[in-house]
Design a protein. Structure first.
Length: 627
């Protein structure tokens, strides 16, 4: 039945149905099919509603962060909207609770402080200076407008103020400091020696029966990985690059000659006057006129005025500098005025959607013409790229149609003059190579491809790089032949023998120590090194880590006696130690710096717990509903 549906999807009726679905999608969006329109809300926090749009924005931001962090190595399931939606909604709810709490306390961030903070962020700087163009580019890549980014940052800084205030309300009592000091500064005298596992390894005879018994009991340890071998067609833009005729390049150069003239670039600064939410038109005009009057006077520089008068928090902290424009960086109203200014001239007020601007031309870089020889390589590469991209897109679209119903890949490949490649074994957790790509792994082991035997979709694994695949051979996990794993089993059994031998020796030594022997004599008799650490603290690096941890867990020994223990470390060696003495710290001898450090540590930990408790309390008393 599925195969019939799959084939019929190419028919005329199917295409009509698809058109009926697609047109409403294109004109009105998905809501036209699933709802009557209007804003949809997914949650409410103390009467403040959270929209589906806001949730989707948060999900999209999480996707961007995951892609920026992990790139092509990310598991596609991690980008699933449904999987990301729940934690994203909880983040929005928590942010709403903190924002509401901050508002109730009247917390705010001044525009000047926000501007200084943005200008100080290294991500927006070039050579140590804030760059407005870079700022706009980066925040746009993150899905924000400049104003949207500023508002989001303002909320984050206000929430940080609140949390810092809550955490900062914590303190440590003198008793807590004394107790923590007593724990941290306590000293213990320890003697120890190490029994190396390597000395207990032998070529002890392991019988064939032992090997077989282990193999049969632990066969799950010796299974092959599930794997597939694939037929696949791979297309990249490089496959379609072809030489470009000289005449074609010359023709393009002549037709676009004006575009190879490097445009004159003009650097400008501005003072922006925005209308506040509660500000009248008259008040705005008064501020604008006052700013214009002061720019006309010679006793104050434009840069200083921009720092004090401009409402553009991004550029105000750097004297209003907006960088260079070649006539296309700013709104048309601004560009028209910029083109008419003389060097160091300040414009009359210019209105845009952002507000009113006073613009000063601070620098002019003249344009230059470029000869055919100068741009030949650039033209050749561009024309090659354009033609290759067009040819690639055509081939991909044709390939998508052809492989949908094809019984294999050879027919589509022959029709498009492509080649079918054969892969080596591909594992579900393929570590390297083309098929380590999560999208290809997901396709290869999907039900349609693996179980039904269909061709995959044509998968874009990165820009202008496509793959379609088909299962050639599927190998389920199976027990490896005994002869292939016999050496590994033999090593495992010998490790077990060595482990049993070293533990038996450690138990014997422990018994002898408790009967009165000393670590020194036992170590010397066995040709082991022994050492002593007097006054070891919890962060001492001289004592092996496992022995140190266990030594500080033991009770203090009775005066004149010792506590003995052994621990096995991560390498299989055994650490045998003697706890000789515990010396409590006299906190009265701690100097002021030590007390300050311990107090800061205690306050920091208490602050972290207070912040967590505060956020839990906000939730516990809040009215939260989820749709």
């Amino acid at each position: 039945m599925l195969q019939t549906l799959r084939k019929n999807l190419q028919g005329t009726i199917a295409k009509i149905i698809v058109a009926i679905i697609v047109v409403p999608f294109a004109l009105f969006g998905i809501e036209s099919l699933v709802s009557g329109g209007g804003i949809q809300y997914v949650a409410e926090v103390n009467g403040e509603k959270i929209s589906a749009v806001e949730l989707q924005q948060q999900v999209n931001q999480q996707k961007r962060r995951l892609l920026m962090t992990m790139g092509d190595s990310i598991d596609p399931s991690m980008l699933d909207d449904q999987m990301l939606a729940a934690p994203a909604l909880e983040m929005i709810i928590q942010k709403s609770l903190l924002t509401q709490a901050a508002a109730s306390y009247g917390l705010s961030i001044a525009d000047e402080r926000l501007g200084e903070f943005i200008a100080s962020m290294e991500a927006f700087q070039i050579d140590g200076r804030f760059d407005p163009n870079l700022f706009r580019q980066i925040v746009s890549d993150q899905g924000y407008s400049p104003a949207g980014f500023q508002e989001a940052l303002r909320e984050d800084l206000i929430m940080s103020q609140l949390r810092a205030g809550v955490a900062g309300s914590s303190f440590a009592t003198e008793l807590e400091v004394e107790q923590l000091a007593a724990i941290k500064q306590e000293q213990r005298d320890i003697r120890y020696t190490i029994l190396p596992l390597e000395q207990f390894r032998t070529d002890a005879a392991i019988s064939e029966e032992d090997i077989l018994a282990w193999y049969e009991t632990n066969q799950a340890l010796y299974m092959t990985d599930e794997s597939v071998q694939l037929d696949y067609i791979e297309l990249t833009v490089d496959d379609f690059r072809k030489p470009v005729d000289e005449s074609e390049m010359l023709a393009v150069y002549e037709s676009e000659k004006d575009s190879f003239q490097l445009a004159e670039e003009r650097r400008v600064s501005h003072i922006l006057i925005e209308q506040g939410a509660d500000e009248s038109d008259e008040a705005v005009q008064q501020r604008l006129e006052a700013a214009q009057q002061r720019t006309a006077e010679a006793d104050e520089s434009f840069a200083v005025l921009a720092e004090t008068l401009s409402d553009d928090v991004g550029s105000a902290s750097i004297g209003g500098d907006l960088g260079f424009t070649a006539g296309d960086a700013f709104p048309e109203e601004m560009e028209a005025v910029i083109a008419s200014l003389s060097l160091d001239q300040v414009s009359a007020p210019v209105q845009t959607d952002a507000g009113w601007h006073l613009i000063k031309l601070t620098e002019v870089r003249a344009g230059q013409s470029r000869s055919f020889a100068d741009v030949r390589a650039e033209l050749e590469a561009r024309l090659q790229d354009e033609q290759a991209s067009r040819d690639l897109v055509k081939s991909v679209e044709s390939l998508r149609d052809l492989v949908f119903n094809a019984e294999d890949l050879s027919g589509p490949a022959a029709e498009l003059e492509l080649s079918v490649e054969n892969s080596a074994q591909v594992l579900r957790n393929q570590p390297a190579g083309l098929f380590a790509n999560p999208r290809l792994i997901a396709a290869a082991f999907s039900s349609d491809v693996l179980n039904e035997g269909y061709n995959s979709e044509v998968i874009e694994i990165e820009s202008e790089h496509f793959v379609v695949l088909r299962i050639r051979e599927h190998a389920l996990p199976a027990a490896k032949p005994l002869q292939d794993v016999q050496a590994s089993i033999l090593a495992t059994l010998r490790d077990q023998v060595a482990g049993e031998a070293i533990r038996a020796q450690a138990r014997l030594f422990l018994q002898q120590l408790r009967e009165g022997a000393s670590i020194e004599e036992l170590a010397l008799a066995a040709d082991y090194r022994w050492q002593v650490e007097l006054g070891a603290t919890r962060d001492s690096r001289a004592v092996p880590a496992e022995s140190l941890r266990r030594a500080f867990e033991l009770p203090a020994p009775v005066e004149g006696e010792s506590e003995f223990e052994f621990v096995e470390n991560g390498t299989g060696d055994i650490e045998l130690f003697e706890l000789v003495r515990v010396t409590p710290v006299d906190t009265a001898v701690l100097d002021e710096l030590q007390r300050q450090q311990i107090n800061a540590e205690m306050v920091g930990e208490n602050g972290r717990r207070t912040d967590e408790y505060y956020q839990q309390q906000l939730r516990s008393v809040a009215e939260i509903s989820r749709s």
